[in-house]
Write a protein that binds this ligand. Structure first.
Ligand SMILES: Cc1cc2nc3c(=O)[nH]c(=O)nc-3n(C[C@H](O)[C@H](O)[C@H](O)COP(=O)(O)O)c2cc1C
Length: 183
């Protein structure tokens, strides 16, 4: 059943995700940030669920470049593409860190947890340091574990359809407002 209190784009998204099925790409989203040099940077991350009605949760490593980008510019965009419904969602918003993140750490498998103890992402491999393939166990929370809170303030949905494509824009101006725009 649909929750009428949710922003209406959440209902479109729910339907797109349902039709996409169990494909892992149903949780893979593309996150764009702006570097300190004002250049766009883009990467795939896992959608980890909702925080409140219109914020997405993402896990990352404190040593990754995106953390530096977000310190100088919290603006971000997320792109989520659904093949089955030919739907493209573009989410604009701001990212902050959720400090109280113990519960999120506890949801991870030991295999996932160990990746926060590997060498620094993007840095040259140091063969003397622990191998990235080594599986550790009983891991305490890593200080590199970061939970990002992406607070959405606009959603642009393009649905490729016959006879005409459809495009909607939602913006949060006190409450969520939806308009239909040219595709
Ligand atoms: C399928 C897939 C899922 C990924 N999920 C995450 C994720 O949830 N969090 C994350 O920080 N990086 C994830 N990555 C790695 C990022 O794409 C990226 O390489 C890494 O975060 C470093 O990015 P940065 O240097 O721009 O910060 C994933 C990569 C792939 C291919």
């Amino acid at each position: 059943m649909l929750d009428n209190n949710l922003p209406s784009w959440r209902q479109y998204l729910k339907s797109s995700r349902k039709k996409e099925g169990k494909s892992p790409s149903n949780r893979w989203i593309q996150l764009a940030t702006v570097s300190e040099k004002n250049e766009p940077r883009l990467r795939t991350v896992v959608f980890r669920g909702w925080h409140k009605d219109s914020s997405m949760i993402i896990f990352t490593d404190r040593r990754s470049e995106k953390i530096e980008h977000l310190k100088s510019n919290p603006n971000a965009e997320i792109l989520w593409l659904f093949l089955k419904t030919k739907s493209q969602y573009r989410f604009k918003g701001k990212i902050s860190e959720l400090i109280d993140n113990n519960n999120y750490w506890n949801t991870l498998s030991e295999k996932s947890k160990s990746s926060w103890f590997w060498g620094s992402p993007g840095k040259k491999i140091n063969p003397k340091v622990q191998s990235n393939n080594e599986l550790l166990s009983n891991l305490p929370k890593s200080e590199n574990f970061v939970v990002l809170n992406f607070e959405i303030d606009s959603v642009d949905l393009l649905k490729l359809k016959q006879p005409t494509h459809k495009r909607y824009l939602w913006e949060k101006i006190k409450r969520w407002e939806k308009i239909e725009i040219n595709p």
